[in-house]
Design a binder for this molecule. Structure first.
Ligand code: URA
Length: 283
């Protein structure tokens, strides 16, 4: 819990907006109003679009729609049109690969976070088995990932590889992605608006992979996926549900590089994960 009431309100508002977004709304309606000396030119009314494209109760007609004001774009990210129907049998490997590829193309063209889009070498979509039972979620690409276009290929990725091997698993058993698909400058923490802008892509990947288990690596992944403000220290060691998937949280490999003493905690978390997944638990 935070002591700052404005942060609680902000969080409650974000949760409410996220619920609307999941229900299919792509824009927040603002009542039409006369422009006054204090109303900036960008703050024009916007219309609510329902999944069927029908206009909302707001009397704003689609003809009068302009781009949402910047603050609204951040509060309620624009959601793209649904993917076209896949030509493959639903749920087959080909279907999953096809849908991931559609999402990948949209991500590659995404400029919702202008600072990130203008600084990136490329987007870092995700990698792994489209039929994986296990989805690993990290924070955001770093310099190595930005250069190579794959998540977890730098020093943290090498440690993650060791953890995967220690668990008796292979990278091919897993699908890996991040909360963000672009590198934040200087590897700073993702901003809430950036995580919100990227959420559509994360949700899309989760929907395609449809994993049994999600492991959140670090506070950014855990707090964003679960909509929690609890510390990673409090979130780890517990089970959460996200749709069909069982969610476990643990420390980020980068944190382990700085604090090797925490490796024993991650190992406990991995043993819990393996046990819940019905996989052999190394002694
Ligand atoms: N850290 C992350 O969280 N993700 C990456 O892809 C690389 C480092």
């Amino acid at each position: 819990m935070t002591d700052d009431p404005s942060l609680s309100i902000d969080r409650a508002l974000r949760q409410e907006l996220e619920g609307w977004r999941r229900a299919g709304l792509s824009h927040l309606p603002m009542p039409p109003r006369k422009r006054t000396a204090t109303t900036p030119a960008s703050a024009k009314p916007v219309a609510m679009r329902t999944p069927t494209g029908a206009s909302s109760a707001s009397r704003t007609t689609l003809k009068s729609v302009t781009a949402p004001a910047v603050s609204m774009t951040h509060a309620l990210p624009v959601v793209s049109e649904p993917l076209p129907p896949s030509p493959h049998s639903a749920g087959s490997r080909e279907d999953r690969e096809w849908r991931l590829n559609q999402l990948r193309q949209r991500v590659a063209a995404c400029t919702r976070c202008q600072e990130l889009a203008s600084a990136r070498t490329q987007t870092v979509f995700g990698v792994g088995n489209p039929e994986a039972r296990f989805l690993f979620i990290g924070e955001a690409p770093g310099a190595d990932e930005d250069a190579q276009g794959e998540p977890f290929v730098g020093a943290a990725g090498k440690l993650l590889d060791k953890i995967i091997v220690a668990c008796g698993m292979k990278r091919e058993d897993i699908y890996i992605c991040n909360i963000l698909r672009c590198r934040p400058p200087g590897n700073r923490k993702p901003l809430p608006e950036e995580a919100g802008n990227c959420r559509e892509w994360l949700d899309g990947q989760i929907a395609v992979i449809d994993p049994d288990f999600i492991v959140c690596w670090g506070a950014t992944a855990a707090q964003n996926l679960l909509g929690s403000e609890e510390s990673i220290g409090r979130l780890r060691g517990r089970s959460f549900q996200h749709g069909r998937a069982n969610v476990l949280c643990t420390y980020h490999p980068s944190y382990l590089l700085r604090n090797p003493a925490a490796k024993k905690d991650v190992w406990e978390d991995m043993k819990l994960f393996l046990k819940q997944a019905g996989l052999p638990v190394p002694a």
